[in-house]
Design a protein around this ligand. Sequence first.
Ligand code: FAD
Length: 463
Amino acid sequence: MLTLADLRTQGVPTLREVECLVVGGGTAGAVAGIAAARQGLRTLVVEQLGFLGGTQTGALVTPMMPNQVAGRPLNGGIDAEINARLNALRESGVWHDGNRGWFNPEALKLVLEELNVAAGAELLYFTVVEDVVMDGSEVRGIVVANKAGRSAILARRTIDCTGDGDVAFRAGVPCEGGDAETGTHQPFSVRFQLGNVDLARLAAFLRSLGRSDVLEDAEGSAVPLLHSAMVWGRGWPLEPLFRKAVQDGVLEERDGDYFQFFSMAGRPGELAFNCPRISEEIDGTDPFHLTRAATRGRRAVQRYLAFCRRNLPGCEAAYLVATAPLVGVRESRRIRGEYCLTAEDVLGGRKFADAIARNNYPLDIHTVRGQDKLRLVHLPEGEYHEVPYRCLVPLHVEDLLVAGRCLSASFEAQSSVRIQSNCRAMGEAAAVACAMSLTQGIPPRRVAGEALRARLRELGGNL
Ligand SMILES: Cc1cc2nc3c(=O)[nH]c(=O)nc-3n(C[C@H](O)[C@H](O)[C@H](O)COP(=O)(O)OP(=O)(O)OC[C@H]3O[C@@H](n4cnc5c(N)ncnc54)[C@H](O)[C@@H]3O)c2cc1C
């Protein structure tokens, strides 16, 4: 943590002075950039990779999980705008249940960039946060490292969208991680894509095994939506093939802890895989853990490739298109904020006056402990809960908001609200809250949640 005086004595040059600094241009951050710039704030989005979208594009998490009641998406605003734009480009498709979020990650990179640039946000890629600049309890900006060396970016308001709460943590915000019993995190996944797959033959094979979720069409998409999965012990149709492959030495036992694939909107002949799962050394803030996950993941991908070529009709001539540049981290740090969302709030469908997002995705815990490697607990049919603004407002530190998977929530509640549509809604809400706080000359903590909610509704939010 540095002060403004430290910057002077250490000779750290100031790269930019902005009104709204968005740190991390991922799922929440890319939307925060659009929203802040549309509110008229001089906005800079700082991102370590060379593109926007974070986990969506960099970790290849291409299907957004459904978050809707009776076919109606629970979040509107920029989330809906992005989905509509991808749909219009035929780079996305609508699932049978009305979910619009099945997309081509390359198209999403472009759409997010275009929306940021059109709104007037400036982008700074290939830049990593190194430290935080503080004036007492107020966050005044960050110190970054990039090809040009070390420099400061000063800001009146900062939104931490790093997914790991990197800025909040360095600013001294209390953080938690992992489950309540042992602090164990959810596993990572190193996702990958295969090309040259005959989707029609694969679909016919899956249907012959009795899978009912192999769909012919995804509305608006030229590519049929294809989905399948296998988890040991659930009696799913691919299990015998997995068992045989383990006996033959093609797969390892752990490769059947979680296996899942989807076809990809806008990309005929490709499959995107939600695996391999990495279950050891899973602290998303430890660079060695991330490095070993990437190397272990790539080895496991080779096993899956061999398995698919041997066992899945339509995949005989498949090749590896890509392994994800980012390790897929489901949860790492969670900040402690003015309110901590709980599993009871989620499952009880709790509503809040200062709501900024709505969710009905289940508690979805991939666990590395015990026998049962996947726990899904659904809300009652037709029910949803809300996420209060206070989950984005960190304790003790001013002029900083946090948006995305590192919000203030319990381990269980985070497993539900971390899905992409909610992260986007949090990014938009945080940016609008920054604009309101600047207009009113008050810290974000004092922005009235009910007024923020009303403003978000004016901007197209379903709140
Ligand atoms: C394997 C896996 C499967 C999932 N499946 C689904 C699914 O099917 N559907 C769904 O809706 N959700 C799914 N999720 C959840 C969802 O994708 C994530 O929770 C969500 O995308 C996280 O958004 P975020 O904005 O918090 O973080 P991210 O999207 O990861 O954005 C963080 C950004 O910050 C950047 N960054 C981080 N640290 C720094 C730093 N120090 N300096 C500069 N930049 C930095 C990163 O590069 C990244 O761009 C899944 C997640 C995982 C990991």
